[in-house]
Design a protein around this ligand. Sequence first.
Ligand SMILES: [Mg+2]
Length: 419
Amino acid sequence: MNLFGLVDCNNFFVSCERLFRPDLIGRPVVVLGSNDGVVVSRSEEAKKFGVPMGVPFFKVRDIVKDNKITLFSSNFELYRDVSDRIMFVLQEELGEIYQYSVDEAFFQFTEKSSAVAKIQLTDLKQTIEKKIGVPVSLGAGKTMTIAKYASEMEKRKSGVCVLSGTAWQKLTPQIPLSEIWGIGGKTSVNMRNHKLNFVADLLSAPESFIKEEYGVHGLRLRSELSENPAHQPTEREGLQKSIMHTRSFSKTTESLAALETAVTFHIERAAEELRAIGGKAGSLSVQIQTSRHGDWLLQSGRQEIILPAPMSDTRTLLRYALSLTKALYRSGVPYKKAGVVLGRIISENFVPVSLWDQYEKTDEDALLMNVIDNLNAEWGNDAVTFGRLKKGGQLDHDQHRSPRYTTSWNEVRKVERKI
Ligand SMILES: [Mg+2]
């Protein structure tokens, strides 16, 4: 039996914080993102106090205070490092994996039966939790969509779930379509209007209707839900893998503002291209180069990050790109060239409802990008820009950020032994 598996870290950012603050295990914790503006991760205890995902922080300030919830600003350097370690362990255990987001990865495996598969996944769960210390949920099924659902299903219980054959089919009349990966808010409302409420409803709807109403995406979805794989983790749906945008300066510059302007320009163009092919990027890298001559060469730098979720909104991409630029920049160094690469591109039709939807969830956001692309197409690339030529503003408000325990020598955890 060929199966897809999915590993998903539970309350990932909170779990990373707890690695170095074991005193917070069992206590309510919230991690804030977007300059401490929104809630991006919550412990189970914080969820019970009624802190919703993606909510603006000011709306829950009182709940946080009244219940003594511990707050953290996002410490992406720590989360990425923990993520890399988890992916490394997964590769060791499974061979090829497909990292889907900062805390999720798909893989394929073959087992004789669901029962054997469950034992294997339970082993894997224990290995990750022992080696890294972050709690994970594992799901498996005959398609990626079912594996994704399975990983959610047992999250708060055993954390391991295999759904195939009758085990899956029996559930389909009870699973709301709104809980299925890839069915966003708008589609789910539309489906409800057509009396498609549960997975079984979609499976028994006429093919011609699904094709007309939901297009190829709908057909693929139905195929996935009837246990026939329509998605392959390695397949990028025919999209190119990366988009690069780079250019040399007419003369070298030592100014951070000039580099930020250049990077902003490159992100604007690359993101426009990304949206034009209907893609979303899963990784972003920024490169700043010094002149090829002389000792400055060693000061060139390139840094890549895995984005929290696949995205294409220029504003969000810019926030990451500019903070990378700032991190790479060294004052007094003559820079010659700057560029960006948007990588791990997937089709926008294949982007799940994720915890990170607050970044790009609204139709208004997509519409805004569309309007900007059209204006630039009509009036030239500089018709609408994103604060270029202005000095980069203050980007990081992270007053609650924990130390970068694993990546910065100055912030390594200190242990003292009293003699
Ligand atoms: Mg997760």
